[in-house]
Structure formats: structure tokens, C-alpha cells
Design a protein around this ligand. Sequence first.
Ligand code: BGC
Length: 538
Amino acid sequence: MKISSTNYFSYLFFLCLLLFVFVNSFEEQKNLKKSEFPDGFLFGTTTSAYQIEGGFLEDGKGLSNWDVFSHTKGRINNGDTGDIADDHYHRFQEDVELMHSIGLNSYRFSISWSRVLPRGRFGEVNLAGVTFYNKLIDSLLLKGITPFVTLNHHDHPHELEEKYGGWLNPVMQEEFLYFAQICFASFGDRVKYWTTINEPNMFAEMAYVRGVYPPARCSPPFGNCSAGNSDTEPLVAMHNMLLAHAKAAKLYREHFQPKHGGLIGIVVHSFMYKPLRNNDFDRDAANRAVLFTAAWVFDPLVHGDYPPEMRKYLLDALPRFTSDERKLIKDSIDFMGINHYGTLYAKDCIHSSCVCSNSSCIAGGDHPIHGYLITLAEKDGVSIGEPTGMSRFFVVPNGMEEIVDYMKKRYHNKPMFVTENGYASLNPTTAQADELQHDTKRVEFHKSYLASLARAIRKGADVRGYFIWSLMDNFEWTSGYELKFGLYYVDRATLDRVPKLSAKWYTDFLTNNSLNGEETGKLISFKYRTKSNHLSDK
Ligand code: BGC
């Protein structure tokens, strides 16, 4: 084939451009400094109560939905439970020391509802539970670490599930409000950052669409549960969670914020989506994918109602807010918490048929619940990014810049915190402890995502913090302990915490100011791997 000189020059130009982009992003990443982030920026790690605390029946704690679920045969990989987890309930002082040694200035954790109110409003406050969180908060403050507290991270008293049917029942709004009030009154003098609910969108999806989190309700084609309706129940559960949030935020703003001066927000699971094909249908699908996930939560809490596109496709299945409720929810967050783990392709299923052929795709493109689209990780046999241990999490660093940019535009640059970003080790079942500790891929992951975040901030996004999921390996929901996200490796026999290379890198970055310190400069760059044993398919 003969190449014309015009073609030849365009080709050369394209290659030079690619090289320029590559060298530029490498240089940018190499030179990125902690001091380039805004003053007062929070650099932290994050965990959640059920995933690390253990002590599941200690000192008056009641059973939670997860305690019961993880004890149900066949629910969790390996039959693992959070009974002991990382034993943080007994080792929290040691864990605060670890955080201090890394140089964190903030720590995001959640409060176990069933430790503070073992039976919800059916029983008393458990003072031992309150004491535990008081001690944790005081230890953090003593080390100069700002507590960033989530009230509800997937777990609630089991009794509320049994008696009310959990989040499907509007009474949960009042239960949550009561729990929030106890927490604001007990800890609010020292806690200045509150988030009400962690990822209501992910919880609604996992518990009521796919039925793999308690109460495990769903219908085909999403799963085979004994009861449930994947087309309607997630919408009802979300509606109750949003109103629960708004009631707690109102209480905080009226009764606690004036004297405590803190901020209140919510945390949302926020994937970025790219159109599978460069056409209007897939571009609309990529936009719908964000609307049916992150904007499902943020639109009501900022603008006062669900995205119009959701109403268009879900019709009356989508609950409606009364005009009083609209006033209550509108503008009910001081900041947005963004949990960002990856980017996927979106394919429209309205104008063409959709078939799922690999594990990164969830069937049901012909159902309205996800906006008549499917999400995929491959285009023409090429992966969107490097795979990780989690089947739908791929390494696509510029997705961070894009999602932050998207939020900035849609929500008038409301303050944001990246409340979670993390890397699940590949093939954790076969990897030896050594390999897990020499986690070069995790280091590269955080370096490239931080560089991408810095780009979004340079373009004007009001981002005020970045939290790594997670401080240490922990109970990864249905995957149990095999899937690992931690900066610290936790020996399951002794529960000793062992720093991985990523813990040393974060320390280096936070104390020496540069993304490529002594230790990390020696890293070998990692090779592309395509095969992995996926344990979970979030
Ligand atoms: C959740 C965490 C979870 C992490 C990794 C987030 O969606 O908030 O609880 O461990 O993802 O899967």
C-alpha cells in the first residue's frame, strides 16, 4: 500500500502528539508535589466499621444486618465474617499510631449503628459504644488527625431489618434521624466533617438490584433471590435514604452546626463512563450512566429532584417528592463525597440490542433501572485500562479528572472530597505475602490518580481532600478477606499489620513532598497483565 505524503505527515504528527502526551503526563506525575494541593487539603485513609472493627458482640453491641448476613451459609467468599475483622475495636490505638507514622492529617471512618444503638429506637443507647468512638476521636485529635465521620456505611441494626424491612420502609428515616442526633450530640464538639450515608447508590444496587448484600432481594435477570423486585425496590430504598439524609442534615444545620461549626455531606459511588462508540446514542448512554448512578443521589440533594432523564425512562416507578420534601432535600449538602474507583464504556440499548458477554457487564440492558444501557470494560477486544482484583475496576487515571470535572459543572463547583480511591490487588489468592507487600501497582495507581486529580484542581475544581481506600486490608464484603486494598497487609493469623511499599510511598509523599521519593524512585515499572481471578463484581 502506498502512503501519500499528506497521510504520512498526519501519521507522524499523531505519533509525536502521542509521545508528547505520554512524556508530559510522566513528567507531571514525577514532579507532582504535595504542596501543589490547596492549603488545608486533607490527605487521609479510609475504612468502615463492619470492615475493620470486629468485636461483633462485645460490650453490648447488637447484631447488625451484616453480622447476620455473613453468618448465612454461601453468602461470603470462604465463609468469612466480620466477627473479628482487623480487631480494630481492641487495636485502635495501634492503628492511630500507624496513621500518625504515615503523616496523615485526616482519617475517614464510620460509626457502627448497632454498637451505639443495638436495637435502634427499640432500645437504649449503648454507652460502651459511645465511649469507644470518644476514645478513637480523642486519640486521633491528639495526633493532629482530623476525624472525618460517616454515620452509615452499609450496616444497621438487624432488628430494624426484621421489624421494618430496612430501607424499604419510610420509618427508617426516623430511625436514622435518631441515630444521627445521638452521634451529633455525643461527638459533634470534636467532629467537623460528617457524612450521613456511604454510597446509597451502591447499596441500593447491591442489596436490591443484584441481591448480593443484605437483605439480598432481587428479581431476574439481575439475580435469583427468594423475594424482591429489581426494577422498583432500589428506587424505594434510595428515596428513603435520601429523605433520611435530608432530615439529619436539617437537624445538624439547625441545632449543631451553629455551635460546632462543622460541615455535612453525603458520599456517592462515582464511576466515570465513556461512550463505547463515537456516536450520539452511546454518548447519551454514557451521560445516562452517570445520571442513573451518581446524579441519582446528588441531583435531589443539590437541585431538589431526580434527574429528568430518570423520570423519562422510569416513569411512575420512580417515587416522587412532595413539595415540602423537595424543600427539605434541596441544597441539603455542604460538600460532595466522591468515591471513585474506575471508568467503563457505556453502550446504548434503546436503539440496538445488548448482550452481555463478559464478567464486567451486568445483564438487563432491556430494563429501565440502569437507563437502558450496559457498561463494558472492552472495546474491540482491548481493555479500557489495566484490570485489578475487582472485575469492574480498571485503571483509567484520567477518569478521575473527568468525573471531578463533571461534578464541578453539574453542581456549580460545590466543594468536593475524594472520599475513596483504591486499588484491589490482582490474584490475591495465589500471591504470597511478599508480593502483596511489594505492591508497586498500588503505588503507580495512586500516583497516577493523584496527578489526574491535581489536573482537575488546577482547572478550578474545589476539591478539598483525598482519602485512600484503605488504611489496611479488611473484610471486603462478599469477597471476604481475599480481596486486598490496604496500605498495610494484615496477617490473618496474628492480625499484625505489616506496611506495604504503598504505605512507605504515601509516607514519603506526605513527609518529603514529592510523588517520587527515595523509596518509590527505585520502583520497577509494572507490566501489563490481563488475567486475574476476580472475586467480586461490584
Ligand atoms: C465501599 C467500601 C469498599 C470499597 C472497595 C466502596 O464502594 O465504600 O466499603 O470496601 O468500595 O470495594
